[in-house]
Design a protein around this ligand. Sequence first.
Ligand SMILES: [Zn+2]
Length: 222
Amino acid sequence: MGSDREKTMCCPLCLSAAITSYYDDSKRSYLQCECCDLVFVPRAYWLSSGDEKAEYDLHENNADDQGYRQFLSRLSVPLSERLDLSLVGDCKGLDFGCGPGPTLSLMLEEKGAAMVLYDPFYFNDKTVLDGTYDFICATEVVEHLSDPKKEFAQLFLMLKSGGWLGLMTKMVKNQQAFSRWHYINDQTHICFYSRVTFEFIAAQVGASVTFVANDVILLQKN
Ligand SMILES: [Zn+2]
């Protein structure tokens, strides 16, 4: 802590320079932004892109796994309740960061949505990022973002007015819980959000936020 580099570092979400040390473990340092409350890992500790993908390749999620479907239903159910799915294929959604075995997109297609996939490692068709969508879902994605300011802005740019961004990520509670948190042991996790952070994001992009569970967050674009 306290190197010149860290003194000049700013928050990757709000660009504030008001950064304090939050926690150190044997592998990494974690900093917190006093403005937006984001806890983040400085770039010096990030994995290389190759090592990051090797980590994702280990996540053997697939659409036949009922336990995984159960996990995703904690987002798909509250999200689909808020969508107009009366006309099959009319409601357009993007599964952002869908990973190697897209499953949430299938579950939402089964409910009548028309889904498009994007993932920087597995479905890297950037043309889908030029589209506009009635909703976007990103499960276990935002904790991996290297440039959350830019990436949240891009997500909201793709959303139609009134559209929904449905997120699953585990949220920061306090320093004591953080120090014992298995979530920080995954070296691909570099951003950790609290309710305060999501309220900040909502205010920045012009959205309202609903916390439907401790790790399920819905943002509706104004
Ligand atoms: Zn910040």
